[in-house]
Every structure is written in C-alpha cells, then in structure tokens.
Design a protein around this ligand. Structure first.
Ligand SMILES: [Cu+2]
Length: 401
C-alpha cells in the first residue's frame, strides 16, 4: 500500500468513526429485565425486555422494551403500550373502559423460543396468539392452546416468544383483560426497521352482541445516539412545542402520507414513523363520543410519566391529551411520542347506528384484527446500510395477512 492509499484509508476510517461516534454501546439489563442480543454473535439489535407483568405504569404497559440499541447506537430508552381502551357502542347503551396491561396470558410457541432467542424448528410454526388463531366472525378459541395441537415441543408459554426469523427478530407477548387477549409484537430488522404491531384477540364470545372498539396507544421514548438532544418533526419540518396530530394519507410531501420523525440534529440520525395500511381503517373518534381523538402526540419526556393519568380506574376511558400536550418545549431534549391504533369489532345489525339488514356491517367481532406502523431509520446511520436511500420507504405498505 503506498502512502497515498494509506492516507485515504485513514481518512475513510476517521469519517466512519465520526458518523458512528456512539457505536459500541450495549445495554446493561437489571432484573427483572432480560437482555436480548440478536444475532447472538455480532449482534445488530440489543435491548432489555420485560414481560407485561413486570412493565411500568399504573396497571402496567404490556410488553416493555428498554435501552434499545441498533448497531451499538442507542435508539430508544423505552417502548411500551401504557394506554388501552375498550369502548362499547353508545347507540346500544355501551360503556367504555380503560383496560389493564399487566396480566400475562400464554402464547403457543416452540419451547426453544420461550423467553430466549431461538429459531423455529424445521417444519414448525411461528408463535401463535389468540389473534393469530381467530379467523371466524363468531367463534372464539379460548385461551392457549386455542384448540390447537402442534407436535414437536410446542406448548403454552408465559412471558415472551423471541423468534429469530432470519432477516429480523420478533418478540411476542400476550396479555389479558377479562374477555380480551391483546398481542403486542415488535419486529427488529437487520436493516434498521422497527415494526411494532398490536393484535386484538379474545378468549370467548362475550359481548359478541355489542359493536365495540379497541384502542391502543404506544409510547416510544426515543433518545437517538443517547445525548438527550432530539427534535421531532412533521413531514420533516421540526416542531418546537408539544403537539397532537392526525393521520393523513395524502398530507405529506408530493401527496404521500403524513409521517413524523425523531432525529438527533447533531448526528443527523433518526427514525421516521409511517402508519401501516391497517392503521387507517378506524379513524379517531369513530363512535363520536370524543374519548380518543388524536393519532399522534409528541411530548417532552418526564421521569415516571407514562401516560395521561397516573391514578386512573377502569372507567377512566377518555384519553386526556391535554395532560400530556400542554405547551412544553420539544426542541433539543428527550421526547415521548405516542401513536394510536384502533380496531372495530362489529356485530350484525348494530353498526353504523340506525342501520338495518344489509346496510349494517356484517358481524366480524371475533375475527382477529392487527395494526401498527413501521419505523424507518433516516440519516447517516441509514446510509451505511442502504445504498438506495429511501427506496425502501413504501408508505401504506400492508404487511398483514
Ligand atoms: Cu373486541
């Protein structure tokens, strides 16, 4: 190697070193946290996970992930789902409830993926939740094993299923609030994408007769590169004050969908949250009763604040965004962003209100419904992975069967 080539190599190494200044980080997990490194050798993603029973917040926050690192760089301090609601059609005299998120219920999974990273056995099946199983409008399959028998070491596991699926790792937890069984999933791809999804299942046919909605708000505490200096933008335009927002399929640049970004303005690294196709199926406030009226919130993060109400009870159904979005700065600090998905479980002849016969939406209340966004890495840390920049960005792509 001549001196010129040697200098060029040094320059390249310096540039790489600069752009990955925070690389090499790794979470320290403290009981009851458990560390996940995927792949086990030369990990791309590392994090601490907690099952719903150990999650923070009043009555928990479902599957909780802490100190999530991609290629040795901090992405999020915490990801969880602290606000969950079940609302019954007011036109049928229905009430509305705030559900709990700290009562785990088993998932059907291969023994090798139960609470540890594992690969699905040859000829085996990925982990199955109530929602994965539910494909009939009126039949419920109960709790695990959901009237299924899968040979080869499959059984009902408390805690998480953690599956190495080749180009990504998938974490699945399921929890129960009376009749309902909620499946919280998170997929982490080698290319940096993160895909949280929520499945709304059931364990019996109770309330088959009343149309109702389920609403989940995720909460993501980003700290890109771990310097406490992030910004939040709408369609790439930085915002300085806490805000609420709504999904808009054509509200982004060039008529694309509205997206939101969290970014470290110093390193340029960030994430873009793009709604999934199913997220659009049930808009805010479909019932008209003003319980859940925003899709997105950007708030300044505060220690110990995991939602709109630290002391709620079962009947506190309204998500009070004014308790979270109240004029604080979101410039150059740490934020918690919240994102809503809802599903409607319709019964025959009850929705829309006033319908009759064929004008009513046919019963689909026991059929599984899933929704969730994709979070895409943006900025320099992405360019080291993708030569084709934003070609990967496919607004509204439907990844659900
Ligand atoms: Cu339901």
């Amino acid at each position: 190697m001549n001196i010129c080539k040697r200098l060029m190599l040094v320059a390249i190494l310096v540039l790489v070193g600069m752009s990955t200044a925070q690389a090499g980080g790794s979470p320290t997990c403290v009981f009851p946290e458990t560390k996940l490194s995927w792949p086990a050798i030369n990990p791309i993603w590392e994090m601490c996970w907690l099952d719903p029973g150990d999650s923070v917040g009043p009555r928990g926050s479902g599957m909780e992930l802490r100190n999530v690192y991609w290629n040795g760089q901090l992405v999020m301090r915490r990801a969880h789902a602290p606000m969950l609601f079940a609302e019954y059609n007011g036109g049928q005299g229905g009430d509305c409830y705030r559900d709990w998120k700290d009562e785990p219920t088993p998932t059907l999974a291969a023994a090798v993926v139960q609470n540890q990273l594992g690969s699905i056995p040859n000829g085996g099946e990925p982990a199955i939740t109530s929602c994965d199983r539910s494909n009939s409008p009126t039949t419920s399959y109960g709790i695990c094993p959901f009237s299924l028998t899968i040979p080869g070491g499959y059984n009902c596991t408390a805690g998480l299923a953690i599956e190495d699926l080749g180009d990504h790792v998938r974490l699945t937890a399921q929890y129960r609030a009376d009749w309902y069984m909620y499946a919280s999933r998170f997929e982490f791809y080698a290319d940096g994408r993160m895909m949280p999804s929520f499945g709304f299942g059931n364990r019996n046919g109770t309330f088959n007769s009343v149309t109702h909605w389920h609403t989940n708000y995720w909460r993501f505490e980003f700290d890109i590169d771990g310097q406490g200096n992030n910004s939040v933008s709408i369609n790439g335009v930085d915002q300085t004050t806490e805000f609420t927002d709504l999904r808009d399929a054509t509200g982004g640049p060039g008529g694309t969908q509205t997206t939101w970004e969290v970014r470290n303005p110093v390193t340029g690294n960030g994430y873009r949250l793009a709604p999934g196709a199913n997220d659009y199926l049930v808009g805010t406030n479909e019932s008209g009763r003003n319980f859940h009226t925003v899709d997105f919130m950007a708030t300044q993060a505060h220690a110990g604040e995991y939602g709109d109400d630290p002391n709620y009870d079962l009947f506190d159904c309204t998500m009070d965004q004014s308790a979270l979005v109240n004029g604080e700065s979101i410039a150059n600090n740490n934020q918690a962003i919240y994102y809503r998905v809802s599903v409607r479980d319709a019964t025959a002849n009850s929705w829309p209100n006033g319908c009759s016969g064929g004008s009513c939406i046919p019963q689909d209340s026991m059929i599984c419904k899933k929704a969730g966004p994709t979070l895409y890495p943006i900025g320099p840390w992405n360019e080291f992975i993708f030569a084709n920049g934003f070609d990967i960005f496919v607004p509204g792509a439907n990844r659900f069967r």
